[in-house]
Design a protein around this ligand. Structure first.
Ligand code: GLN
Length: 483
């Protein structure tokens, strides 16, 4: 049962081969048995899941249909869930129960999805390895000594290990695409503004975007359909109709213009990954695509710009966690300043503290122009590079990450080494563009992802290309041993 994709589950439920309740019980038992090895969940919501599953079965019995009606999913633990802990992977919010559901949570629940639990993540979504979580690291099901990527590492590990078919994630600089690549999943970061950020605990508000992690593009289409749409509660949500993503999967790739940026193949890229990327290009050519070399000349400035902008926004967003308005409060404070200092010092882990300090520094008087304003100008140049490229091509293709999953602890002493792994993903966030990572092969038994980028609101095109690729390759069907 656990091998089924969302699409297969929807068919099975429609054909009455099994009920959502049976499926939910089956997966909850599987999680109880296998998750101790992975640590992919922070909170399990068995009671809620069974209640939602029964309700979904009743709705189907009444003649209702829908691809998500009765489908088991999980939420990254930064989507607020009413009455259920939303920890953001932090001691700061270890006892925080939101008084409301995030829009994404509410929309998926209304579509009949069944929430099995809340998944582990890097603390406040800061990281690329899921090692900064207060709840301990997540293991990669492909090799338990390796990281699953981050910050949506719990969602990725759980879906890759077939504990459930799909989960939500968020992507500020790659946190959906990078863990998808490192665990052999398909993950989609939508256009900025496509999915509501209301009730999604903010890391860097101008970059954050929620999206789906699943095994196939077909399933990403189903989950995205349930997540996307205008929301009055989010001032950056875009009031554009949501297309039928599943209907876009079957378009022909004849004449599709793929751009491959020459800057993607510089030093730092594992040559075996470069070979797999080129093999994916060949596979798409066979389907009728034409390939062109393009240039994104400002890409080299993306990491420094991102690691100023994201911490700057984080330093402001995280000021609310002060032990008074939100979050952990220290014992016996001497006075108000002591309360703030010790509550924040105890509640936040080292990576979060580092980013708050970097961000506060970059925003301070005298440094603002030199760092923050400069970074914003680079951001514009990066967007301009993409706009120029999309005049010539329909889609941009390259590696999702320069290396496969590294060993747990390997980059702990050197944060910048981990930041460099984000080189291919962060440009899409800086420009607000949609991006998708899809499975494209293995290096030393570890999965490798290929990233596709498209113009604004062309999520359907990304899903179409990935789906056609998946109809003609079988990387995405490979299952990690032991799961
Ligand atoms: N790895 C990046 C960071 O640490 C991206 C994280 C994310 O997308 N949430 O900031």
């Amino acid at each position: 049962m656990h091998q089924m994709t969302l699409a297969e589950i929807a068919r099975g439920l429609a054909d009455k081969k099994f009920s959502s309740e049976e499926l939910t019980k089956n997966l909850l038992a599987r999680i109880a048995k296998l998750d101790p090895q992975l640590n992919s969940f922070i909170t399990l919501t068995e009671d809620l899941a069974l209640q939602q599953a029964k309700a979904a079965d009743a709705r189907r019995a009444n003649g209702e249909t829908g691809a998500l009606l009765g489908a088991p999913i999980a939420h990254k633990d930064l989507f607020c869930t009413q009455g259920i802990r939303t920890s953001c992977g932090s001691k700061m919010l270890d006892n925080f129960k939101a008084p409301y559901d995030a829009t994404v949570v509410a929309k998926l629940a209304a579509a009949g999805a069944v929430t099995l639990g809340k998944t582990n993540m890097d603390e406040f979504a800061m990281g690329s390895a899921n090692e900064s979580s207060y709840y301990g690291p997540v293991k990669n099901p492909w090799n338990l000594e390796h990281v699953p990527g981050g910050s949506s590492g719990g969602s990725a590990a759980a879906v890759a290990a077939r504990l459930l078919p799909a989960a939500t994630g968020t992507d500020t600089g790659g946190s959906i695409r990078q863990p998808a690549a490192l665990t052999n999943l398909t993950g989609l970061k939508p256009t900025y503004g496509r999915v509501s950020r209301w009730g999604m605990i903010a890391y860097a508000s101008s970059l954050d975007q929620g999206g789906p992690l699943a095994r196939t593009a077909e399933d990403c289409a189903i989950l995205l359909q349930g997540m996307a749409g205008f929301d009055q509660q989010d001032s950056t949500s875009i009031d554009e109709p949501v297309p039928d993503y599943s209907a876009s999967l079957n378009g022909s790739l004849q004449g599709l213009r793929i751009g491959v940026p020459k800057e993607y193949f510089g030093a730092g890229l594992d040559p075996r990954i470069a070979d797999l990327v080129m093999a994916s290009v060949e596979a798409l050519k066979k389907l009728g695509a034409v390939v062109k070399e393009i240039s994104l000349p400002n890409m080299q400035h993306a990491i420094p710009a991102y690691y100023v902008i994201a911490p700057a926004e984080a330093s402001s967003n995280l000021s609310r966690f002060d032990g008074v308005r939100f979050g952990h409060r220290c014992e016996n404070p001497k006075d108000l300043i002591d309360l703030y200092k010790r509550s924040r010092g105890e509640g936040f882990g080292p990576e979060v503290q580092r980013r708050i300090m970097v961000g506060a520094y970059a925003l301070s008087a005298g440094y603002y122009d030199a760092y923050y304003l400069k970074a914003q100008k680079i951001r514009r140049l990066i967007k301009n590079d993409f706009m120029a490229a999309f005049n010539e091509v329909d889609i941009i293709l390259g590696p999702t990450t320069p290396n496969p999953a590294w060993k747990l602890g390997a980059k702990n002493s050197d944060p910048v080494a981990a930041y460099l792994e984000d080189v291919y993903t962060i440009t899409a966030n800086l420009a607000g563009l949609p991006g998708l990572s899809m499975p494209a092969g293995f290096v030393d038994g570890l999965p490798v992802g290929v990233q596709l980028l498209a113009p604004y609101f062309q999520e359907g095109r990304l899903l179409n290309v990935a789906h056609q690729y998946q109809l003609n390759t079988d990387w995405h069907t490979r299952t990690p041993t032991g799961f």
